[in-house]
Write a protein that binds this ligand. Structure first.
Ligand code: KG4
Ligand code: ZN
Length: 335
């Protein structure tokens, strides 16, 4: 079973070929970050137009690198949502068009299912069932993953996603969009203890999150100081510690509540080193195991979509040639 995967839900055009027996055969990605940077965020219309320009050359490259063509590809998977509707439609239209021309099934994949399954791209892959912490620019969720397609959301953010909080605080610190990784680098140089920000929602039971107050706390802290290099680094440090403490404690509670022995980290913020180190300590203290994809497969990529498509095709879960693109789509609801 071999599947071509296409991701175009936001500002990355990404394509990959995944083979059930041989694993990932190729992957290609074009990031639009530089194009959107001037606007301080993703401009949806520019994103769609750039996907149109990039998709076909990337598909050609990925197929050639995987020595694959219509005779060896069994299905075409694409991100069907959630995401920017115009951007999604470019990938969905392309994928279903190619599927029709090649006489293969098209598979509309939930973007977050892609992120959840990304650790399966690694040699050290988790077995089902597991607990997943999904932390991206658009989502922060704790998910009980029973099996392929069986997802139950245990907790989620009530306002900003963790990545969004990183990006907004990075902006306050004068870092270019999206500033999550740059803020993390700055935090490495900062001192612990000078700024202590709140740990939102830790004082109450449950597994939900709230991060919007953190950027306000950072703003208030910065107002009282001159913004020199060490202050910026110390604020970054204090902010990151608050996020890591909060995510870590909620993961600990969720592992206790579910009894799961495996924790998966997925999504762009999963690339954060301090978060990984903290979660590793927590799972080790509980006799559990931690799994995460390599950093390039934490952020948006085509490999996770090709893999999810391949697993679904192998399990007989596909909908023929129907085209699906949904800006809003809750994980765990009908596809
Ligand atoms: O999963 P992703 O690529 O896109 C979404 O589906 O949202 O996640 C992107 C998010 C951005 O908010 C980015 O700033 C954040 O992940 N991010 C990080 C790091 N690398 C990326 N946040 C904290 N630390 C990092 N090292
Ligand atoms: Zn994503």
């Amino acid at each position: 079973m071999r599947v071509l995967g296409i991701e175009s839900s936001c500002d990355e055009t990404a394509v990959a070929v995944y083979d059930d027996a041989r694993g990932l055969l190729s992957h290609r990605l074009h990031s639009q970050v530089a194009m959107h940077q001037a606007y301080g965020g993703v401009v949806p219309e520019l994103a769609s137009r750039d996907h149109v320009r990039r998709l076909l050359p990337l598909v050609r490259e990925a197929l050639a690198a995987a020595a694959s063509d219509r005779t060896t590809i069994d299905g075409i998977a694409y991100t069907a949502g959630p995401g920017l509707i115009g951007a999604l439609l470019v990938g969905a239209g392309f994928a279903t068009g190619l599927a029709l021309a090649w006489g293969k099934p098209a598979l509309g994949i939930h973007h977050l299912e892609g992120h959840l399954l990304a650790p399966l791209l690694e040699a050290q892959a988790p077995a089902f069932p597991f607990l997943a912490l999904l932390v991206s620019g658009g989502h922060t969720q704790l998910i009980d993953v029973a099996a392929l397609g069986e997802y139950r959301i245990l907790g989620e953010t009530l306002d900003d996603a963790a990545g969004e909080a990183f990006d907004k605080t990075a902006k306050l610190l004068g870092l270019p969009y999206p500033g999550g990784a740059a803020l993390a680098a700055l935090a490495e140089q900062g001192h612990s203890g000078r700024f202590r920000f709140p740990r939102p929602m830790l004082d109450r039971p449950g597994l939900d999150f709230s991060f919007s107050g953190l950027k306000t706390a950072a703003l208030v802290a910065l107002r009282g100081c001159t913004m020199d290099e060490s202050t910026r680094a110390d604020v970054a440090r204090g902010f990151q510690e608050a996020v890591v403490d909060t995510l870590g404690e909620k993961c600990r509670r969720a592992l206790l509540e579910t009894g799961h022995e495996r924790l998966v980290i997925a999504g762009g913020v999963g690339a954060n080193r301090a978060l990984r180190e903290r979660l590793l300590k927590i799972v080790q203290s509980m006799g559990a195991q931690l799994y995460f994809p390599r950093p390039e497969f934490c952020t948006d990529n085509g490999a996770m979509i090709a893999l999810a498509g391949c697993k679904r095709l192998a399990a007989g879960m596909h909908a023929g040639l129907s085209l699906s693109a949904r800006a809003n789509w809750e994980l765990g609801t009908a596809d």
